[in-house]
Ligand binder design. Structure first.
Ligand SMILES: Nc1ncnc2c1ncn2[C@@H]1O[C@H](COP(=O)(O)OP(=O)(O)OP(=O)(O)O)[C@@H](O)[C@H]1O
Length: 219
């Protein structure tokens, strides 16, 4: 059975490309002349020691900061020329969980659905699947770190973006949640989606299209 390609860029085609990127923070060159490509259906893991510049690189790729040198292309066009399209096609989850702690898990999900114009869905069922049954209606500040991370990651179950950029998505998750998330990654890749992530943990599943970029720590 053929799985329909819901995304604008087909599997194997270049979705995101960076050429000659440099990033300087506090007078330290984190990286320079860094180039990479992300294809449809591909997972790119950015690895490296603490402080090597992984989060900084993800922020550049997400369009949240500008490189000191170099250019980023989305669907073969400069990012800056199609910022709105890129934002609609991107799900970025940073190091912080990004949840509103005064809102409940259910309210956070409803907020994100509205923000990305995703159709309404059974959020009780989704939260139950993520191990949060019975915790839907209490403020997120009362949840544990791992539970808050699960709420944050729930976006990936209704995101319509082809590209997911995820900074340390496994932080605070237990083994059950890590396995669930990795399974969800596989489904996204099999649909032709792409993922760029940082993690200090090795990916246990065998992704057909797994690339790894090691950022060296530079003094
Ligand atoms: N906005 C900023 N202003 C000043 N310095 C920054 C900024 N963002 C990052 N840095 C510095 O850049 C360096 C790289 O930080 P970054 O968060 O990108 O590293 P990382 O590889 O993601 O580290 P970790 O594995 O600890 O998360 C650090 O030394 C940090 O202090």
């Amino acid at each position: 059975m053929n799985i329909p390609q819901p995304f604008s860029v087909s599997s194997g085609q270049i979705l995101l490309e960076a050429k000659g990127l440099s990033c300087i923070r506090q007078d330290r060159v984190l990286f320079e002349q860094l180039s990479l490509t992300v294809h449809g259906g591909e997972l790119l893991q950015i690895a490296g020691k603490n402080g090597a510049g992984k989060s900084s690189l993800l922020r550049l790729l997400a369009g949240l900061a500008h490189p000191d040198e170099g250019d980023i292309y989305y669907r073969q066009q400069p990012l800056a020329q199609q910022a709105a399209d890129y934002a609609a096609d991107l799900c970025y989850i940073g190091h912080q969980s990004g949840i509103h702690e005064q809102l409940t898990a259910l309210e956070n999900l409803r907020f994100w659905r509205a923000a990305v114009q995703a159709p309404a869905g059974d959020d009780y069922a989704l939260l139950g699947r993520l191990g949060l049954a019975g915790l839907e209606d209490i403020p997120c500040r009362m949840l544990s770190a791992g539970q808050q991370r699960r709420v944050s990651l729930a976006r990936l179950w209704f995101s319509q973006g082809q590209l997911w950029i995820l900074d340390e998505p496994f932080t605070a998750l237990d083994q059950t949640a890590i396995a669930l998330l990795q399974q969800h990654f596989l489904q996204h890749l099999q649909r032709g989606g792409s993922i760029v992530l940082t993690t200090h943990q090795s990916l246990s599943l065998q992704y057909a299209q797994l690339c790894k970029l090691e950022l060296a720590y530079r003094w």
